[in-house]
Design a protein around this ligand. Structure first.
Ligand SMILES: *Cc1c(COP(=O)(O)O)cnc(C)c1O
Length: 443
């Protein structure tokens, strides 16, 4: 059956947004980070051992728009921006749904995910500030890959701490990160004090993002020429990711698409925030998207929004970071092993958390046995193998489309395909041979 010519809406390089959108300008009652030592509001200088000044400024900014440096815009082209907005006709047809399903293609970046959007900006500002090395954590490996690659554009060295469970399950990630010239350690590692402490207490641990963050921060704090770079959670990361939603808004205008639902998966919240915040801002200001519902999809293994508490908590396990006001399962919570390593985080972006607390979005959670089923279906209908993380958003979109079918409603659903799963095939293999374990924390 022929697919209409408007199945894919493309923009040209000059349509790459010129400024990022900052939800902190529009969200009421955003609570600032606290210094855990004093209990007072954290000062910019508290962040200086690990972040450069411009990043710290953006982290605390309440300006609605922040200009994207020309050089960063130019480099976004190499990440295949603008990313297409595509309609999933074949999936719709398979589901026999009257709903229209669109997806934003962050999988088309040569890095395989949306993570490059903030990696580029962070590497740029740190290089400008005279930093020579960046340290970071990575779960499934997408963020470490992105930072390793963009570091080459700015002559930076990168050291990545990869959660041990993922490091073992996805050995090719190490190869990619080494190919881009960065160093990588399985976390917890012998390379840091905190890593050695955890290894002594829990020699068998498969690690967690919280532990890997502690290791990366420790190195950055020790050397003035080394900074830490975070792939999600913080306000400046949400800001850099808004190119996703700003582009999508232009594409929806071209395609005359009015979304009933915008769906994205949530680990630390950055592809969700990047996709939804520009639209949410308009909704808050009464400038559109009045009927649009924003839906966050998280794994049952780390359900911070659906089952966490809204309170001040550490961003890492070691307690090195400032206290963040967020939905959290507790900084010591170590999620069950899942293939969607990028969603295995105890907390949630303070901006996404504040929006959730205000009722601006809803959240739902799925077990990985459900999300891989959705991924397989997408591969066999649309030809794209989604990242295990993105399968969560996809599963959310499919359920909304089936709901529309049951009610015979012509809903429009837009979801963020945050990355491809070509380095996560082991999860698909397990799903297909029936050995994929359930990951629900309640089991
Ligand atoms: C890292 C990652 C996520 C989760 O992180 P967010 O900050 O919540 O976006 C989702 N999808 C992919 C492909 C990732 O690499």
């Amino acid at each position: 059956m022929a697919i209409p010519k408007d199945a894919r809406i493309n923009l040209s390089p000059e349509d790459i947004p010129k400024r990022w959108y900052n939800l902190a300008a529009d969200i009421p009652d955003l609570k600032p980070p606290l210094n855990p030592g004093t209990g007072e509001v954290a000062k910019p200088s508290d962040f200086e051992p690990i972040f450069c000044k411009e990043i710290i400024r953006q982290e605390g900014s309440t300006e609605r728009y922040i200009d994207i440096p020309e050089e960063v815009r130019d480099n976004l082209i190499y990440l295949n921006r603008p990313a297409p907005l595509q309609r999933a006709y074949r999936l719709e047809r398979y589901l026999k749904t009257p709903a229209k399903i669109y997806f934003k293609r962050e999988d088309m970046s040569p890095l395989g995910s949306h993570k490059g959007n903030t990696a580029l900006a962070q590497a740029y500002y740190n290089a400008e500030a005279g930093i020579h090395t960046l340290t970071t954590e990575t779960g499934a490996g997408q963020w470490g890959t992105a930072l390793a690659m963009v570091s080459n554009l700015y002559d930076l060295d990168t050291t990545v701490f990869m959660v041990k469970g993922s490091y073992m399950a996805k050995p090719l990630r190490k190869t990619i990160i080494n190919t881009y010239g960065a160093k990588i350690y399985a976390s917890p590692s012998e390379y840091t004090e905190f890593g050695r402490k955890i290894l002594k207490e829990h020699p068998e641990t498969t690690g967690s993002l919280g532990i890997a963050i502690s290791e990366a921060c420790e190195l950055a704090a020790k050397d003035p020429g080394t900074n830490y770079s975070l792939g999600s959670v913080l306000n400046h990361v949400m800001l850099h990711q808004t190119v996703i939603g700003l582009e999508t808004m232009q594409q929806m205008e071209i395609g005359e698409i009015e979304p009933d639902y915008v769906v994205a998966c949530t680990g630390g919240g950055s592809n969700f925030g990047g996709m939804c915040f520009p639209m949410m801002g308009k909704k808050i200001r009464g400038e559109g998207f009045k009927e649009t519902q924003f839906v966050a999809v998280e794994p049952k293994a780390a359900p911070s929004l659906t089952e966490g508490q809204f309170k001040y908590d550490f961003g890492d396990t070691g307690g090195f970071t400032p206290l963040l006001m967020m939905y959290t399962l507790g900084s010591e919570f170590i999620p069950n092993e899942i293939h969607a390593g990028g969603l295995r985080y105890h907390g949630m972006s303070p901006l996404v958390s504040a929006a959730y607390n205000t009722g601006l979005l809803s959240a739902r959670s799925y077990d990985q046995t459900q999300t891989f089923e959705a991924g397989l279906l997408f591969a066999r209908t649309e030809g794209i193998i989604p990242a295990p993380e993105s399968c969560h958003a996809l599963k959310g979109a499919i359920d909304l489309a089936l709901d529309a079918k049951a009610k015979n409603e012509e809903k429009t659903i837009v979801f963020c395909l945050s990355g491809h799963g070509l380095l996560d095939l082991y999860g698909y293999e397990q799903y297909m041979d029936g050995t994929l374990p359930s990951s629900d924390i309640h089991q």
